[in-house]
Design a protein around this ligand. Structure first.
Ligand SMILES: [Zn+2]
Length: 235
């Protein structure tokens, strides 16, 4: 690429980044609400005082990040919308970073422990009854589940639900992202356990003890139990 090409690319990157940042700002400020339709490319170009090509480029970045979606159709249902539930962009990005060895699975696993402890640390002492019932039924299922693969799924679901005790939804979201990355490793770990019956009973007991501590509002005990539970090399 010649010098002019490089300069043009640089300008293009700056303007598309500008579109991305301006749109992000508008979402944070509430000017553009989740679920709402974005103005047309022409209108956005006028609003941001940049070319329509740059607008398109910025929208492509948002689209790749799973933050917006183009919908076909007619009338008000057609156009580009800001997604209320963003896609899997963050987990995809982290997965790519793990694949490229920018982050190791051990780092993800360590982050998961910190996040799960943080989630319990900010849990209410009077937990939501519905959540407690759902956790209870997961514990019961795990007590009877003999398949390693199904146990791993139930186990991940238990931890994810447990994280919902935190009133910070971002903590729970990030735990979900970490689980997505380490689930395969956890399944392999379960497959390598020699005496599966003993181990699965131990895990089921540990989940039950964590839940019991949460039920009586003993968060300190719940944190110490979850740390010990996640310290298991097969978990
Ligand atoms: Zn577990």
């Amino acid at each position: 690429m010649n010098d002019i090409g490089l300069v043009q690319t640089d300008i293009q990157n700056k303007t598309s980044k500008e579109v991305f940042l301006r749109l992000q700002e508008a979402i944070v400020e509430g000017t553009l609400e989740p679920g709402s339709r974005l103005p047309s490319e022409r209108r956005l170009a006028e609003m941001l005082n940049i070319s329509r090509t740059s607008v398109r480029e910025g929208l492509r970045v948002l689209d790749a990040m799973g933050l917006i979606e183009a919908r076909t159709g007619s009338g008000k249902r057609a156009g580009t919308f800001i997604l209320e539930r963003p896609g899997s962009a963050l987990s995809d990005l982290l997965r790519l970073n793990v694949a490229l060895m920018h982050f190791t699975l051990d780092e993800v696993a360590n982050l998961r422990v910190s996040l799960e402890v943080a989630a319990l640390g900010s849990a209410s002492q009077q937990p939501n009854d519905k959540l407690i019932d759902e956790l209870g039924s997961l514990v019961t299922k795990m007590e009877h589940e003999t398949s390693r693969a199904s146990f791993a799924d139930l186990d991940a679901e238990f931890h994810l639900k447990l994280s919902q005790l935190s009133e910070n939804r971002l903590t729970s979201y990030l735990i979900n992202v970490c689980h997505g990355l380490i689930l395969e490793q956890m399944r392999r770990g379960f497959n390598n356990v020699r005496d599966w019956t003993v181990t699965r009973k131990k895990f089921a007991r540990e989940h039950c003890a964590i839940l019991d501590a949460v039920k009586i509002g003993d968060i300190v005990a719940a944190i110490s139990l979850i740390k010990a539970h996640l310290d298991d090399p097969y978990h």
